[in-house]
Design a protein around this ligand. Structure first.
Ligand code: DQA
Length: 152
């Protein structure tokens, strides 16, 4: 069995559903996890889905992914705009990376227009809400060569 895809979520994403729903939507992170796992299953992919508010924990998980994952989907939250440590950890990961943001960063404050993660991601999905995670799973299935024939 192929290694799982890691889906890593950064700070404040544990509050999805109640946090600024007009910006981030009404789906909770648990809803997103469920939908991501169902979509991954249809591609024959396994998912490890995690969230942390702590930069170092995210760095540890990205390092873990070097051995344990086939690819990483990451919504780094605000750390995408600030964290050179997460950038360095991702740079050391020789696996496909897809970056997801629920909101359209480019319609928001200027400080959200830059993402360090985008410099190392194979692709970036912004502004499509929770659907962005599902599209990231579809993209990852291609990137890690999971059989599209397994898609229902
Ligand atoms: C976010 C966008 C970030 O700018 C913000 O800090 C978040 C969520 C998004 O998914 O749209 O926490 O990553």
């Amino acid at each position: 069995m192929a290694l799982p895809v890691y889906v890593l979520n950064g700070p404040n994403l544990n509050l999805l559903g109640t946090r600024e729903p007009e910006v981030y939507g009404r789906a909770t992170l648990a809803d997103i996890e469920k939908a991501v796992k169902a979509r991954a299953k249809s591609h024959g992919l396994k998912i490890v889905f995690r969230q942390s508010n702590h930069e170092g924990v995210l760095v540890d998980w990205i390092q873990e992914a070097r051995e344990a994952a086939s690819g990483v989907i990451i919504n780094p939250g605000a750390y995408g705009h600030t964290s050179i440590a997460i950038f360095d950890a991702l740079k050391a990961l020789d696996k496909p990376i897809v970056e997801v943001h629920l909101s359209n960063l480019y319609q928001r404050e200027a400080f959200r227009h830059q993402s360090y993660v985008s410099l190392v991601a194979k692709g970036v999905i912004v502004g499509l809400g929770d659907m962005g995670y599902l599209l990231a799973v579809d993209a990852m299935a291609q990137l890690v060569g999971s059989s599209p024939g397994k898609r229902k």
